[in-house]
Design a protein around this ligand. Sequence first.
Ligand code: BT5
Length: 323
Amino acid sequence: MESTRKELIELLNKNKGHISGQELSNQLGISRTAVWKHMNELKKDGYEIEAVQRKGYKILSYPDKISENTLRWGLDTKWMGNELYHYDQVESTQEIVHQLAKQGKPHGTVVIADEQVKGKGRMARNWDSPKGKGIWMSILLRPNLPPLQAPQLTLLAATVLAKLIAENSDLNPQIKWPNDLLINHKKVSGILTEMQAEQDTIQYIVLGMGMNVNQGEDEIPEKIRYKASSLKVEGGHDWNIQATIQHILRLFERTYDVFESQGFETIKKEWEHFGYKIGEEITISTMKETWKATLIGIEPDGALRARRRNGREEKLYSAEIHW
Ligand code: BT5
């Protein structure tokens, strides 16, 4: 995408209310006539833009058609999304990436769908993925890591999504161990990491990310409304799904490259910055007992670290946590 146009969309995107033609012209360093021309171009491309006298412009809705072409446009990544597939409707993007992995597709291959009719959560749970309302995407990774370190990639993905939201809104995303992204205590995103491994090497990983973006409250299934939300419900405005996908892919690539060159330590710090209830008291149930603990953070291997009331610290790989 032409860069002025991209910046214009980003400015309109960031701004919750209207933004004046003068302000846009100052920020973009172009004339007001040029701003006006750009607005007309955007309208032609399917953006619905409201223009109010003395207040300015506001995007009411985005063109809802995403395609491989538009996704590739301006995606200035080195390896992420070099192979990118977009579908209107699939059962699950995870399954498609598994197939592509078996065909030998490269690290960074991405599959995105507008809608999933059999979206998967962990442990055969269901993931609601309504048409055009969210980001339903799976990435093929071929990391050079022992299988024990695979959980680090889930933590990395959650950090990427949290950073993206924090950098592009006033929202305060938090990561609930191990794989949920919450805003105001409600889940807006979940990550599903599936691994194909042989003894001590990872063959490949399919990293699935689901993020609720533009659902209104009534578009979130009633059954989960008490615990699930979307960026729109929490932030009060629509997000441009296409630009957000591109952002995620760029940020993912950057973060992954840091992870590869510097190890997990930086990611761990960022994760803990967004960590839900770090320093607070939670209740933990294992097969043997239920106990109260203070959440301390995460371990390099992805385990949770918690402190008992008697001061003893424990590493948890799986437990039921009563948040
Ligand atoms: C997850 O599972 O959170 C992982 C979700 C991964 C989804 C992505 S989308 C792209 C890729 N393709 C797929 O088929 N999957 C991945 P889990 O922690 O098990 O959470 C599942 C639970 O969250 C469900 O049992 C519901 O209670 C709730 N849930 C279902 N849909 C939801 C939604 N859209 N938003 C928030 N919560 C939801």
